[in-house]
Ligand binder design. Structure first.
Ligand SMILES: [Fe+2]
Ligand SMILES: [Fe+2]
Length: 306
């Protein structure tokens, strides 16, 4: 194993306790409604503004469908993160009080995020007016993912957590154009995920230390396989999105237009869920800690998803 991170459970727990607490009910419900006159997703993730043959309203509708997809896919990944974190905590409940408390808070927050994403999806469905199907079901995806080596799953989770940091900081934080409720969801999620990302770094390090180099390399291959599994699922989701878009807007796309939309959206979705994570410098730092040749491999694979 390469250089260790200087992070400690004690320091992360202290940061978790300083992070302002929030409830799902503070963000959604009651009088609060999504504002469908505004985009939900930053353009860097939505990838709709280059599609000039679509009207402004049509581009915004596609952006909002991507927002619904984002809620659904995050809801889905949190469903395997939650049991994974609990399983990681359980065997060592007596070792380190800071570790146990930090990991249980992590799990509790992910359970809250699952509920948060569901509540936002319900709000979307209530007002959007057109069915917007999503891949799943989450339990089946969780079962499939959790069959893999724990280090492979931990790497996938680490990449997801760093991805959410990038999404907020680069596209949402200073973006006053977005629907305020959606922006608030992304902000509150980001606040807690910042701590999760650090805990994931410790999980990856601990799992790496418990494996031989051969096992770490095999686990990394499994992580790449999980990336391909997600990439395939995104193709299915893209078809669902375009179907919902055409039904919601009544727009009939010509064959060349459809192919242009597909290509732009394929690129945007790959960047959103894979590229923005696998190329994140902090993710690569952890991979390098497992072995420098694995970092080189991640750097070779990453650009295909950017
Ligand atoms: Fe989360
Ligand atoms: Fe998280």
């Amino acid at each position: 194993m390469n250089a260790k991170t200087t992070l400690t459970y004690e320091a992360i727990l202290a940061t978790q306790q300083r992070t302002p607490a929030w409830r799902v009910e503070d963000l959604i419900g009651g009088e609060r409604r999504l504002d469908f006159t505004k985009p939900f997703m930053p353009e860097g993730l939505a990838g709709v503004e280059g599609l000039k043959f679509l009207s402004r309203d049509e581009r915004r509708t596609l952006n909002q469908i991507r927002g619904h997809e984002y809620l659904s896919i995050f809801g889905l990944v949190e469903e395997f993160i939650l049991p994974f974190v609990l399983d990681h905590a359980r065997p060592r409940l007596r070792d380190d009080d800071h570790r146990v408390r930090a990991l249980l808070q992590f799990a509790g927050e992910e359970a809250k995020h699952i509920q948060l994403f569901k509540r936002f999806r319900d709000a979307f469905v209530a007002d959007f007016g057109t069915p917007t199907p999503v891949i799943g079901p989450p339990e089946a995806v969780a079962t499939e993912v959790l069959k893999h080596h724990p280090l492979a799953v931990a790497l996938l989770i680490l990449q997801i957590e760093w991805m959410t940091q990038k999404h907020y900081l680069e596209g949402v934080k200073d973006n006053g154009d977005l629907d305020p409720l959606f922006r608030s969801l992304l902000k509150h999620h980001w606040m807690e995920e910042a701590n999760h990302a650090k805990l994931d770094m410790l999980m990856v390090q601990a799992l790496g230390e418990s494996c031989s180099l051969e096992e770490r390399m095999a686990a990394f291959e499994q992580y790449l396989g999980l990336g391909m599994f997600i990439d395939q699922a995104l193709v299915t989701q893209l078809d669902m999105n375009l179907d919902a878009f055409m039904r919601a807007t009544g727009r009939k796309l010509s064959v060349p237009e459809l192919s242009e939309v597909r290509e732009a959206q394929r690129r945007a979705m790959r960047w959103t869920y894979i590229g923005s994570g696998i190329t994140h410098p902090r993710f690569l730092e952890s991979v390098e800690g497992l072995d420098p040749q694995l970092r080189r491999k991640a750097e070779e694979v990453g650009p295909a998803f950017c």
